[in-house]
Design a binder for this molecule. Structure first.
Ligand SMILES: *Cc1c(COP(=O)(O)O)cnc(C)c1O
Length: 383
């Protein structure tokens, strides 16, 4: 059965990336690898929209989240964490694991954080060393207003750390222009790669924090990593195949152009929303994101059953709700190597599966809704 991956990570791989993954392994301390690594670091700067250093680790997205915490902070430091979903909560958990005092902003799931709340807390807690937040909260399908948050944090001594694991390459994030000190990313989302790489960018302000940080670290020590990076080298053995594939993925992003990449994601998200609404789903959040659409299943439909039927019978993988929303929400992802035909396939399968589960749907209405949005897009895109 042909399989369709419409989950918020991992995501499908372009052929160029899959071919690169199949190449023979080369040694990492060679001019050949160094050349690729230099190309990768240039490409990452384009994607992150920054001139800052970007560090690459072997590990899932959470690895770079942990790297940010252990490199910027010391035990008993104060940090603010925006917790509006599973991934925001992860910031709090990592901080707590290292005895960092966390002030959490508990945002209702499905809502974006009020930047004014960050401003208020920073004024009240002048000792705050870092603010941790999320670009796209993948568990709820919400985008936070990082631009406004950055303006606020910039005026304080704290460093702004943004989890853009799912958002980078799907949603606008101007690292340098907005002034984000540390952007965390992962390979298996909009970067069109398998899981296994994670990244963090470090601004001059974040670099200062690194100098005084006392939390324990070894693999993630960015002081050592910086010495290696300055020689276009890595501290330890990098996942060679993933780096080679990353060079290809970054070339594809460059070729399409970031602006077009964002536009494509926006259209995919719009069509997914339009189609799900036509099917009787209710959107979960008010501030949509271009990464994933979270929606309540229609009356009487259990999302766990729906997700299973889609996967087993139609080969279409989408995600269930997380935590308290398991069984109630679906999360239809539209990030990375995704084009209109993928969305149409997914929507058509959802329509069939709903009807099999006993929910009355008006045949093809949802597919038409998605197609209408695509038609408008392609009309505008024609040369
Ligand atoms: C996927 C994801 C992560 C990282 O998860 P891993 O399983 O460690 O790769 C972190 N934050 C967000 C917002 C994500 O979507």
């Amino acid at each position: 059965m042909k399989k369709y991956l419409l989950t918020p990570g991992p995501t499908p791989l372009p052929d160029e990336v899959r071919k690169a993954l199949a190449l023979p392994i080369i040694h990492h301390r060679t001019p050949e690898f160094q050349k690729i690594f230099i190309r990768v670091n240039e490409g990452l700067k384009y994607l992150f929209q920054t001139q800052n250093d970007i560090f690459t680790f072997a590990g899932s997205g959470t690895a770079a989240m942990e790297a940010a915490v252990v490199n910027l902070l010391s035990a008993n430091d104060t940090a603010i964490a925006v917790c509006g979903g599973k991934f925001g909560e992860r910031w709090r958990e990592i901080c707590q694991a290292y005895n960092v005092k966390v002030i959490s902003i508990d945002v209702e799931w499905g809502k974006a954080v009020e930047p004014a709340e960050i401003k208020r807390l920073l004024a009240e807690h002048k000792e705050t060393k870092a603010v941790f937040t999320t670009l796209c909260e993948t568990s709820t399908g919400v985008t936070n207003d990082i631009k406004t948050i950055a303006e606020i944090v910039k005026a304080s001594p704290a460093a702004l750390v943004v989890d853009a694991v799912s958002g980078l390459g799907a949603e606008e994030l101007q690292t340098d222009k907005w002034g984000v000190d540390c952007v965390v990313a992962g390979s298996q989302k909009a970067m069109m790669l398998p899981p296994g790489l994670s990244f963090c960018s470090i601004s001059p302000k974040a670099r200062k924090a690194i100098e005084s940080s006392k939390l324990p670290k070894y693999y993630f020590d960015l002081r050592k990593a910086k010495k290696a990076l300055d020689k276009s080298d890595t501290t330890f053995t990098p996942p060679v195949s993933l780096i080679v594939a990353l060079a290809e993925a970054l070339d594809l992003i460059k070729k399409e152009g970031l602006e077009n990449v964002f536009k494509r994601h926006k259209i995919m998200a719009e069509s997914a929303r339009g189609a799900l609404l036509a099917l009787g789903f209710k959107l979960f959040s008010e501030t949509f994101c271009n990464v994933v659409t979270a929606a309540y299943t229609p009356e009487g439909i259990d999302s766990t059953q729906l997700v299973k039927l889609l996967r087993d019978k139609y080969g279409v993988s989408i995600a269930n709700g997380q935590e308290q929303f398991k069984g109630k929400l679906i999360r239809l992802a539209h990030l990375g190597y995704i084009q209109p035909s993928d969305i149409i396939t997914g929507i058509s399968a959802i329509e069939k599966a709903l009807s099999e589960l006993g929910y009355k749907v008006e045949s093809k209405k949802s597919v038409h809704a998605a197609e209408r949005i695509f038609d408008n897009y392609f009309k505008g895109a024609k040369k």
